[in-house]
Structure formats: C-alpha cells, structure tokens
Design a protein around this ligand. Structure first.
Ligand SMILES: *Cc1c(COP(=O)(O)O)cnc(C)c1O
Length: 383
C-alpha cells in the first residue's frame, strides 16, 4: 500500500480536502503520448479514443455497453429521455444527493419525488422508497452517496414488482461493489460523472451511461449527438442536443482507469487508519453488509458541525459538507415533497467531510484525526 509511515515532516498543518495533482503525476507519461497523438490526428470529438474508453469503461463496470456523454447530469437526463420518461411521469430521488440528480429529472421534463434515507447508512432503502410510489411513478434513481452502496437486492425487487425503471446515479461510486457486482450495473442503466474530483476524474467535464441494453446506449449516444443515426452524419432521427465526450477527456480517462482500483484501495486503507484514530464520539456513516465502498468522501457526523469546521480551518484542515442544504429545501425544488424528511434534515446539520484522497499520508490522517478528536471533545464539553 502506498501509505507512508508516520514521520515528523508530513505531520504538519495544511491538509487539503482533496489533492488531484498526485493522481495526474501518476499518469503523466501516458497522458503526454495521448495528447500528442490526439493533436496529430485532430480527432477531437468522438472517434477511436472515445470508442476505446467506452469499451474499457463498460468492461470495468461489467456491462456490455457504455455511451460517453458530456457530464454526469446529462448522463441521467439522457437516460431518462432515452427511456421515454418525461412530462407526466414522476421519478423518485433521495433528498440528500447532489442537486444534479433531481435537476436531471426536471430537465427531462419529468417531476421529481424526494424520499428520505436510512438513519445509519444515509442511503435510500425499499422502506423509504415504497411510500413514494404512485401510479405516475416511472423510475427510481438510487444514489450510492459517498461511494457507499445501497442494499441493492431489496431495491431491485421493489423496482421490478412496481414496474419501475431502476437507474443508478453512480457519480460517486466508480468501482464500488455490492456482493461483488459493480456500481452502475444493477438497473437498466448506471450514470457516471468524470468531473475532476470524482474517483475517476477527467481534466474537465465528462460522463457516461453504462447498460446491458445496446439500443438504450445507442439512443443515449444519438440524443447527445444532435439526434444523429449512428454512422449517418446528416440523418437526424431524434430531436437531440449536444452532449458528447471529447477525445482528450477519453484519453485522460483511459490513462487513469488502470489505476482506479489501486487508488480506491488507497482510499480504503486511509479510511481504516481514520477509523483506528478517531474517537467513538466522531460518528461514522454505516456501510451496508456486502458493500465495498469506493470511499469517494470520508463523512463523519458531529455535533456543532459548523463550529468544528471553523476550528479545523484555523488548523489548516480543509473540510467539506456534502450537502448542507437538502435538495427539497432548495428554492426551485421545494414543491416536490409533501412529507417531512427528518433523517435527511438532521443529517444535513451533522455531516462533515474530512480530507480523503489516494495519496493522503499517515501523518496527514494522524494530524486531521487528532484535531477532529479535540474539536469534538471541546464542542460536546461546553453546552
Ligand atoms: C457529481 C455528481 C453528479 C453530476 O455530475 P456532473 O458531471 O457534475 O454533471 C450527479 N450526481 C451526483 C451524486 C454527483 O456526485
């Protein structure tokens, strides 16, 4: 494992939430070749590089097809549109996701229905999804938030008995598994973002849809390419738009993909060290049995979150909150829930994302853990 041993020199203040530069360095020479080749061939949009990455990504996820698109939000919207889900339909979405999940549903013309999550895993379950199903419900989008997989068997059963399309927004779960099967491969389609900060990140925006349905993949690709019929550049058989994966981004992703499992393992090793050092008062987000997390974020739950965050910032530790305002509390989205969503709302006030990236050192984890332990101790001591 790449984690180094404790040392005086790296146990110093100044720990970023994420450090992307070291990952870029890991693949520098491969990237320089790809850059040269792409600039020489001038095949910038689509083409062989994109097809190669689509094939590699489908193989990695254990699906037969992948369609590259411009970003993760489009991956969800174009999947819904390709499935014919739109005006008059409702799509179920957990309220603690990144806003893009619900945004994509509205962009497709459907209506969103927010649901609550399990209090320990902060993930949707059949129990939280079931009450939201009605005769307009067309699909459920599950979100492996922070890289943590929902228990997929119950969700798959519910989707199938209720005749709903099951879509995974796996934008935070590249390489996560549930009972050995990869995130993205459970429903009719899995939607990925390769935004730079994701576990597999491009040097800009990029996304993909994985599926075992070749017709669905073709339709997504066509919708994102001005409705073109495959291979017929002047025949537009759908009203599509422009949402394409470009060749340079595909080349970056192909260069990084062979390291994804290694980087995810480094994240897992870092999490194990955090767990050995953080006191029990620093609550964890539970993982489902059978799940292997991609550990996209290292989220803990603490009292007085904002005060603790400020204390850590003063010590040079950058933290995040994913996400402080639940989707159903955001202005334009408030109309989409009637019910209180108490678990999501309570969690939004407690969650804190600590520094986590593949190249984080033992010394950095030790420093962050000790500052967090002290800050939580201080926050719980004086009220
Ligand atoms: C990042 C993210 C998206 C959106 O991806 P973009 O590529 O930024 O459009 C969607 N859903 C979740 C859960 C995400 O984390």
């Amino acid at each position: 494992m790449r984690l180094t041993q404790p040392s005086e020199t790296d146990a110093r203040p100044g720990v970023p939430l994420i450090d992307l530069a070291a990952m870029s360095t890991d693949v520098r020479s491969t990237l320089e070749l790809a850059w040269q080749e792409t600039t020489t061939t001038s095949s910038f949009i689509g083409g062989q590089r994109v097809e190669e990455f689509e094939e590699q990504w489908a193989r990695y996820c254990g699906t037969s097809c992948a369609a590259g698109v411009a970003n993760g939000t489009d991956a969800i919207e174009l999947t819904l549109r390709a499935l014919g889900i739109g005006p008059g339909d409702e799509v179920i979405v957990p309220a603690n996701s990144f806003i893009a999940t619900a945004e994509a549903v509205l962009a497709a013309g459907a209506s969103v229905r927010f649901v609550d999550v399990d209090p320990e895993t902060l993930l949707a379950t059949p129990e939280t999804v079931q009450p939201a199903i009605n005769r307009r419900t067309a699909a459920v989008v599950v979100v492996p938030l922070y890289g943590n997989m929902p228990a997929m068997d119950g969700i798959m059963r519910l989707a199938s008995t209720s005749n709903l399309a099951l879509i995974e927004d796996a934008a935070q779960a590249h390489g996560a598994t549930w009972r050995g099967k990869k995130a993205g491969s459970f429903g009719i389609a899995g939607c990925f973002s390769f935004y730079p900060g994701k576990n597999l990140g491009a040097f800009g925006d990029a996304g993909a849809v994985v599926t075992n349905d070749a017709m669905l993949a073709d339709r997504v690709r066509s919708l994102g390419n001005h409705g073109r019929r495959a291979g017929a550049s002047h025949v537009h058989e759908l009203v599509g738009r422009n949402s394409r994966l470009d060749a340079l981004q595909a080349a970056v992703l192909s260069a990084k993909l062979p390291l994804l499992d290694h980087w995810n393992q480094a994240r897992r090793a870092a999490m194990a060290i955090y767990h050995s050092l953080l006191r029990p008062a620093v609550r964890r987000v539970a993982l489902n049995d059978g799940a292997t997390s991609a550990h996209h974020q290292n989220v803990v739950r603490v009292p007085e979150r904002d005060r603790i965050r400020e204390a850590l910032a003063r010590q040079g530790i950058e933290t995040g909150v994913h996400y402080p305002i639940p989707c159903h509390r955001q202005g334009p989205y408030q109309a989409f829930t009637d019910d209180p969503l108490p678990v999501v709302e309570l969690a939004a006030s407690e969650i804190l994302s600590l520094p986590l990236f593949p190249h984080i050192t033992y010394g950095q984890i030790e420093y962050v853990s000790s500052c967090v332990n002290d800050a939580v101790w201080a926050a719980s001591g004086d009220d």
